[in-house]
Design a protein around this ligand. Structure first.
Ligand SMILES: [Zn+2]
Ligand SMILES: [Zn+2]
Ligand SMILES: [Zn+2]
Length: 273
């Protein structure tokens, strides 16, 4: 993936970030508001209410709840009168966090995490804040893939890295006097190896395309020829082998590249003997 990014074929974007357990690495993590004093998880946000009627001020948690009709009403714990309408007989002064267990109040709770997988507890200072990436093929990458030039460049790179003398887009004159183009020509000693890569569009057009390439290959009696494609049917392979064409196809680029290298090395060995 790194190489694809460096080549500009794929781009990486940070899509999101997730809290990861520092102990087991899982992201199934729950978040809790904890009391900074007693550590209780019952640190809840509540409103600060002033009962205008009597002047009493406290958090909503301290007001008495009583059922009324289908809902609920709040009773002032000081004067025991029910609160009626905000702005008239009471007002909300603000919000604060309060611990139900020990009564501690704070502007903000202590935020802690608990791993649902290994039950490890940790806080923001030890949590791993992992980036989630999104990968997208760049326009340049799509163009290279569709034209087949990406594969051709990779074949070229893998051959040059193994020390072979190669030529890209080489034109050679056949015995008929007609010029033919090869994607890649490998010069190994006195012999020539022609390599063409053709992306598959359909099974029928593949046979037609292969036959056209066989006709080209026939114009060069001394040449070794490798026809590279993504996948091939039994009939395509039969046609190729009956005409002395070395057909390479595979499930992955790595598989295709290693088959080409094997063939080129074998041709070089054959030449020596
Ligand atoms: Zn864990
Ligand atoms: Zn507490
Ligand atoms: Zn009151």
């Amino acid at each position: 993936m790194k190489t694809l990014i460096e080549l500009g074929l794929v781009e990486e974007k940070i899509l999101d970030r997730v809290i990861e357990c520092p102990s087991c690495g899982k992201i199934h993590v729950s978040t809790r508001f904890k009391c900074p004093s007693c550590g209780s998880i019952n640190m809840v946000r509540t409103e600060i209410i002033q009962h205008i009627t009597c002047g009493f001020v406290d958090t909503k948690l301290k007001f008495i709840r009583r059922l009324k009709g289908g809902g609920e009403e709040l009773i002032c714990p000081n004067c025991k009168i029910a609160l009626r309408e905000e702005g008239i007989d009471y007002r909300i002064l603000g919000e604060i966090f309060e611990c139900i267990d020990c009564g501690r109040r704070a502007d903000r709770p202590r935020i802690e995490f608990k791993c649902r997988n290994c039950l490890h507890e940790f806080d923001i200072t030890t949590a791993k804040y992992r980036a989630v990436y999104m990968y997208r093929t760049t326009d340049y990458g799509i163009k290279l893939l569709q034209s087949g030039n990406l594969i051709r460049n990779l074949i070229l790179l893998s051959l040059t890295s193994k020390g072979f003398r190669v030529e890209r887009n080489a034109t050679l004159k056949g015995i008929s006097g007609v010029n033919h183009r090869f994607d890649i020509i490998v010069r190994s000693g006195k012999s020539l190896i022609g390599v063409d890569y053709r992306p598959v569009s359909s099974a029928e057009s593949q046979i037609t395309d292969l036959l056209a390439h066989i006709a080209k290959f026939m114009d060069f009696p001394g040449i070794k020829y490798i026809y590279v494609t993504d996948s091939s049917s039994e009939s395509v392979r039969k046609v190729a082998s009956s005409q002395g064409v070395n057909l390479v196809s595979g499930k992955s680029i790595t598989e295709i590249l290693s088959q080409i290298l094997e063939l080129v090395k074998r041709f070089r060995e054959e030449e020596k003997t």
